[in-house]
Write a protein that binds this ligand. Structure first.
Ligand code: PLZ
Length: 445
């Protein structure tokens, strides 16, 4: 694993030298409060100065275990060696031209890689952007242009971003949408498949969704169906088997573009390069971001050539879209996933997490569900002996973990899911130590 540890040779250990947050972090947080808009939050208010492998080091010298990867971004680790080298070389050559003014090869090489690696062996094209939300917006633009239809179907518990269209596509009100409307029209929400809570098979859940689409929207108005293959912010909800294939089949039969949002699930995270590969679906378009470029801002829409090429020349772009620096990082990142066999590593990490909580759940009925794929795992916490969401316990566990030097993320529409997204460069020892702290927190609350 040495090749993907990264960071300035950081000792791979949890080490607390102050309370968390320490005094220097607290000073910086005071400056944040005076300088940064209050709406920009912080889950754990420590100030990071270095990161790599499975740790992050703060300004007070505390070494924290990273179980979040900056929300599923640093799959190859933080400051991964190949990424650092490629980015350094690129900034020494040139930093920016704007690809739609004077192109450069790196962008094209990333598009070639995406066309080769994303699900399906049909002819594809890609377009690059900066953020996940921007990729989702562009996928919708392209689907509308291609189909000459307006409506978009999204799902309960969906998360697609914070721009106006993607806020409207996102399900959860607080904190993402409250008071930020009005939202874009022609976005319709239908039920998803949530096996733990709806008790339906994939086929049954798909029938509910499709009936609602037919009755409330109509295929003749519908440009696209977009769904995360495992819903991320909404609670790491993996649909029942058969749900996604049924949706895809209906979309294809009805002239509707089927889009998978793999922004969070993509790039080795789920134990395959893309989550679609587990679900037996091949999307018409796929959006990617996060894990694509080792921490540099880059996103993409990849899909069927005839759909992608339907937008007129000049219709897609953006000043920084497909920045040469981010493209250099992406090529190095993709090479790292492949040559370090990080899909296999994601499966190993997933097995450790599943086994750990499988044991723990035997003696703790507040762990209602353990779910996910590969290194994208979660536990859903409930009131004892029920399925009532337990957001208070969830918050208490994240707080305890932070104080003990473990960066731990929560999610879920009901705020009652703890999610595990460690960098794939984390060691087994650090991972287990982090999980044990979560178990201690459960015991203490
Ligand atoms: N689609 C599936 O998970 C980003 C949000 C973090 P951007 N999820 C993390 C936050 O609180 O802002 C996400 C996603 C899926 C789209 C996005 C949006 O990606 O790069 O944050 O715009």
């Amino acid at each position: 694993m040495v090749d993907v540890i990264g960071g300035p040779s950081l000792p791979q250990e949890r080490k607390l030298v102050t309370s968390i947050p320490g005094p220097k972090s607290q000073e910086i947080t005071a400056r944040k409060q005076a300088a940064v808009a209050a709406g920009v939050g912080a889950s754990l208010p420590v100030s990071i100065v270095a990161a790599g492998g499975g740790v992050m080091v703060d300004v007070d010298g505390n070494s924290l275990i990273d179980l979040g990867s900056g929300i599923a971004v640093t799959g190859v680790g933080n400051s991964a060696p190949r990424v650092v080298e490629a980015v350094t070389a690129q900034v020494q050559q040139f930093t920016h031209t704007c690809f739609t003014v004077t192109p450069y090869e790196g962008y094209i090489a990333v598009a070639e890689k995406l066309n080769e690696l994303t699900p399906g062996d049909h002819e594809k094209r890609s377009a690059l952007f900066n953020s996940g939300a921007e990729a989702v917006e562009n996928a919708i633009k392209i689907a509308r242009h291609y189909t000459k239809k307006d409506a978009v179907v999204v799902f309960d518990h969906a998360y697609h971003g914070r721009t106006n269209l993607t806020m409207g596509m996102t399900a959860k009100n607080m904190p993402y949408k409250d008071g930020f409307g009005p939202f874009a029209p022609e976005v319709y929400r239908v039920p998803t498949s949530y096996p733990y809570r709806d008790g339906l098979t994939g086929a049954e859940a798909a029938e509910v969704a499709i009936t609602q689409i037919e009755k409330q929207v109509g295929a003749s108005n519908l440009a696209a169906i977009i769904i995360e293959p495992i819903q991320g912010e909404g609670g790491f909800i993996a649909p029942a088997e058969g749900f996604l294939p049924a949706l895809q089949e209906w979309a294809t039969a009805n002239g509707v573009v089927f889009i998978l949002d793999e922004v969070q699930t993509g790039f080795a995270r789920t134990g395959d390069l893309f989550a679609a590969n587990h679900e037996g679906v091949v999307p018409d378009l796929v959006t990617t971001a996060k894990g694509i470029a080792g921490g540099l801002p880059l996103s993409a829409v990849t899909g069927r050539a005839e759909i992608m090429d339907s937008a007129h020349a000049g219709g897609l772009g953006g000043t920084y879209a497909g920045s040469p620096i981010a493209c250099a990082a992406a090529l190095a990142t993709i090479e790292t996933y492949q040559s370090e066999n990080l899909t296999e590593r994601a499966r190993e990490i997933g097995a450790i997490i599943e086994e750990f909580f499988g044991e723990l759940a035997k003696g703790d009925d507040r762990i209602g569900d353990i779910r996910g794929r590969g290194a994208m795992q979660a536990i859903e916490l409930v009131e004892p002996g029920s399925k009532t969401p337990n957001a208070t316990l969830t918050g208490a566990i994240a707080k305890h973990a932070g104080e003990q030097g473990v960066v731990l993320l929560t999610c879920g529409t009901y705020g009652n899911v703890i999610r595990f997204l460690p960098p794939l460069s984390i060691s087994d020892e650090l991972l287990r130590e982090g999980l044990q702290i979560v178990a201690d927190a459960l015991a203490a609350n």
